[in-house]
Each structure stands twice: as C-alpha cells, then as structure tokens.
Design a binder for this molecule. Structure first.
Ligand code: G3P
Ligand code: CA
Length: 283
C-alpha cells in the first residue's frame, strides 16, 4: 500500500474512505463475520481488533476480558474455568463461545430499540463464533475488502512480539498484505511489523495529545497513516500530514455533520460505528 492508498486509493479519487469500526458495530455484534458481511457495500475498509489465545492463535476480539461480548461467564462456570481473560483461553475453548447473542440483550447503540436493525436479522445468524484472523483474511480476499487490523497491546513485550509475528505470518499465508493496514496504540510494534514485512502498511493510533514533532515522529515510525481520535483532529492537522504524504484516518466519528466537515477538510478516512451514515458509504 502506498501512502495515498493507506487512506485514499487511486480507484477512489478524492473520496474519503468509510472505515467500518469493528465491522458495523452500531447494528451488529462487533468483530464478527456477521458484522463484517453487513459492512460490504457500506464501507471501503473494515477496522477490527486482534489478540492472542492461550495457545498463540490470533483471534478477532476487542476486550481483554470475554464477559462483555460473549457468554463466557456462564460457560466458564460450566467448564470449570476460573479466568475470563482472553489470553487464558485456548482457541478451542474460545470458539465454543457465542459472540453474538449479547447484542440482542445489551442493544449497545439502541439500534434495536430505534428499529435501525431488526432482532430477527441477527437471531437468524446466531450463534456467532469469535473469528480467527485467518478466517477473516480468507473472507477479505474473497470479497477484496480492505482491512485495518488493530494490534491490541497485550502489555507484555514477549506477547506483543508473538502477536505481531503471528499476524504477519497470517497475512503472508493468506496473501493479503496488499489489502491490510496495521495499526496500534503501542507505537513500538509498528517498526517491528515493518522489520518483519518491509512492505506492510502501518498506522499510528493516537488519543489525548499528539506526540511532539509529529511529522518527524511518524516518519521515524515508517508509517503511511496517522489515526488520531476525533477530538484531536482539525483542518490544520490534516493539511500538515497530507503535505508530508501521510494519510489521516480519524476515529470514532458517529455524527453525520462531523463526517461531512472532516470530508470537507480532505481527511483520508473516517472510522465509524455507523457506516450507513457516512458521506462516503458505497450503498
Ligand atoms: O482504530 C480506532 C479504534 O478502534 C481504537 O479504539 O478501543 O475502539 O479499539 P478501540
Ligand atoms: Ca479498534
């Protein structure tokens, strides 16, 4: 991926990318194949999160703990497991969980209540397994859907290295490097990715404040894109980074007017829970 392609590929000229956050998180259970399938035709790219299982497999999952988005609490007591941390479960155990039904009960964005989505359109697809990264890469190749894979910080140097190595190996195995943009809040992981796969596109995620000497900092990291949180983003930032050849993809923007404003500033991509609201959706 070239710098421009990290945010604005040649076949979508002058268009802001719509990046579906954790799939289509407002209306479908996050980070599931159901949410990803529903993003087709509504987004140009899908953002997802990856972590390691106890046995070193890469799975697509956001939280450190299993309880918010699966039925792990119930299963753990039935199966005699005491921890609810993802890293303490094997892939086999993780794949016996349901990562979809919680959404019907929690209705986290009130999209069921407001009839934006119908419960029966989710029910018919339950249970949803926690996907492996390999499954999602295979799906992405089939649909030529670009992915922004966020490497979660596993808080231990050795685990983070294992995660990066396993992700790069999966991208190479599935031959999808050209479809993928890797990102992380842990910026130390990004040069490590580039060291293992010099052509891989990387982006630095940032919240609260910008690093000092931002352009030089990003150049040192060898990233082609910067992913600031919405509150950190203004027109001057976008102009500065474009002039340095660095794309800007902003998270998480769920307000239609703000999407329009950012698109007017020339932002390269908008990460949103509501891809159908985006001015850049393909639907
Ligand atoms: O990639 C942007 C966004 O996903 C980062 O935050 O917590 O939703 O993974 P989070
Ligand atoms: Ca994420």
């Amino acid at each position: 991926m070239s710098a421009a392609e990290c945010g604005r590929p040649p076949h979508i000229p002058d268009e802001t990318l719509c990046i579906a956050h954790r799939g289509y998180r407002a209306c479908f259970p996050e980070n599931t194949l159901l949410a990803f399938a529903q993003s087709l035709g509504r987004s140009h790219m899908i953002e997802l999160d990856v972590r390691l299982s106890r046995d070193g497999e890469v799975i697509v999952f956001h939280d450190e703990l299993l309880c918010r988005t699966t039925n792990a609490r119930l299963c753990a007591s039935e199966w005699g497991l005491s921890s609810l941390q993802v890293i303490d479960w094997s892939l086999t155990e993780l794949q016996r969980l349901d990562a979809g039904a919680w959404f019907l009960e929690a209705d986290p964005f009130s999209s069921l209540g407001s009839k934006l989505v119908r419960a029966e359109d989710i029910l018919v697809h339950l249970p949803q397994k926690i996907p492996t990264l390999d499954e999602v890469l295979c799906w992405s190749r089939k649909h030529a859907m670009r992915l922004n894979i966020e490497l979660k910080d596993l808080a231990k140097v050795e685990l983070n290295r294992l995660l990066v190595e396993a992700v790069i190996a999966a991208l190479q195995r599935q031959q999808v490097e050209h479809l993928v943009l890797l990102s992380s809040f842990n910026h130390r992981l990004l040069p490590y990715c580039r060291g293992l796969a010099p052509d891989i596109a990387c982006a630095a995620l940032q919240e609260k404040t910008h690093p000092p000497e931002l352009v030089a900092y990003l150049r040192d990291l060898q990233v082609c894109a910067y992913h600031p949180e919405n509150a950190l983003t203004d027109q001057a930032l976008i102009a500065l980074l474009w002039s340095a050849g660095i794309a800007v993809n902003v998270f998480t923007v769920n307000d239609h007017l703000r999407m329009k404003e950012l698109a007017g500033f020339g932002v390269s991509g908008i990460i949103t829970d509501y891809p159908h609201l985006s001015t850049c959706g393909q639907a």
